[in-house]
Write a protein that binds this ligand. Structure first.
Ligand code: DQA
Length: 146
């Protein structure tokens, strides 16, 4: 099983950006933690981060026929991007939406998620643990699918 973790704009600034909201763990900590967690379960995992919407679309398309499950935090593009929604629908790969903060308790403009309707699950507000929970969810989901 091969998983792809995609992070959108400003997630590379974790640990520096608004630590009261996003915590003190850095993006490198996130990758190290999730990589070790997945690999200990025998899962191949790779990571991609971009601040650019089209690059995120390209990476989702790249995943077609290469990746079994996607974990994505589209960050601010969650609330604006039809292109990322369409990309996830195009490749038809089981996808989990993750948010570090609890978006449901934040500003009105964060209450819309374009991508959510294309995802098999949403995990929000569990800090970087949300990514390891997504690994567990996809492991079970993909196991049950076959
Ligand atoms: C976020 C929540 C988004 O509203 C925000 O724009 C982000 C990060 C989160 O992980 O909590 O950049 O996706």
């Amino acid at each position: 099983m091969k998983l792809l973790v995609i992070n959108g704009p400003n997630i590379n600034m974790l640990g520096i950006r608004e630590p009261d909201i996003y915590g003190k763990e850095t993006y490198k900590n996130l990758i190290d933690t999730v990589k070790v967690y997945a690999e200990n379960k025998g899962i191949e995992i790779e990571f991609y981060q971009s601040n650019h919407e089209g690059d995120l679309v390209d990476k989702i398309q790249w995943a077609y026929k290469r990746i079994d499950g996607i974990i994505i935090n589209p960050a601010a593009y969650t609330h604006t991007s039809v292109a990322i929604l369409d990309a996830v629908k195009s490749v038809n790969i089981p996808t989990v939406e993750v948010h570090i903060s609890d978006v449901s308790a934040r500003e009105d403009f964060r209450q819309i998620s374009y991508i959510r309707s294309a995802c098999v699950k949403t995990i929000s507000g569990h800090s970087i643990n949300g990514y390891t929970e997504a690994v567990d969810f996809l492991t079970e989901y993909l196991g049950n699918e076959n």
